[in-house]
Design a protein around this ligand. Structure first.
Ligand code: S3P
Length: 172
């Protein structure tokens, strides 16, 4: 799998709660390459949390910063990069990812996503009157786009080590 990557980055895309960070970190360990999470990198350079960024500057500013950070991260590799759920929806980011990286869509069913995002209050997009419906709407909107990733791995309700091993097998 490492040889398949060469100097490219392995980029995890998918909805919030799909396990992009947790599984990405494990896959990076298995491939013995560095791991980076674009949301963490955005928080580091802006010295703000994602909810703070959304609140102070709004989503468009967040998306612009996200695009800059991801473009910079993609310039050197190999590493494993987990991206925020909206990143791959951005035409420019998606084009960069598809041409410079190997993308993996971690695909999960709504109920699995819901139990995972429900535990944490850190998703500004889900601060709506009906977050379950919002998540379901995002799924409908985004799945046709995530589908363009190079590889799809089902992030089912199993140990993350299992999903990580399946991901490595899928790209080998
Ligand atoms: C977002 C997902 C979040 C974060 C931001 C927006 C999205 O990342 O980037 O809250 O648009 O789906 P995770 O997918 O890591 O939760």
């Amino acid at each position: 799998a490492r040889r398949v990557l060469g100097r490219r980055n392995l980029v995890f895309v998918g909805l919030m709660g799909a396990g992009k960070s947790a599984i990405g970190r494990l896959v990076a360990q298995m491939l013995e390459i560095p791991f980076v999470d674009s949301d963490h990198e955005i928080e580091r350079v802006s010295r703000m949390t994602i909810p703070e960024l959304f609140e102070s500057y709004g989503e468009p500013e967040f998306r612009a910063l996200e695009a800059r950070v991801i473009r910079r991260l993609l310039r050197t590799g190999p590493r494993v990069l987990s991206t925020g759920g909206g990143a791959f929806m951005n035409d420019a980011i998606r084009a960069t990812v598809l041409s410079n990286g190997l993308s993996v869509w971690l695909k999960a069913d709504l109920d699995v996503l819901w139990t995972r995002v429900n535990k944490r209050g850190s998703r500004p997009l889900l601060k709506t009157a009906n977050p379950g419906q919002t998540l379901s709407d995002l799924l409908d909107l985004r799945y046709p786009v995530y589908e363009k990733a190079d590889v799809t791995v089902q992030s089912r309700d199993a140990a993350k080590e299992t999903i990580a091993a399946e991901t490595v097998a899928a790209i080998a």
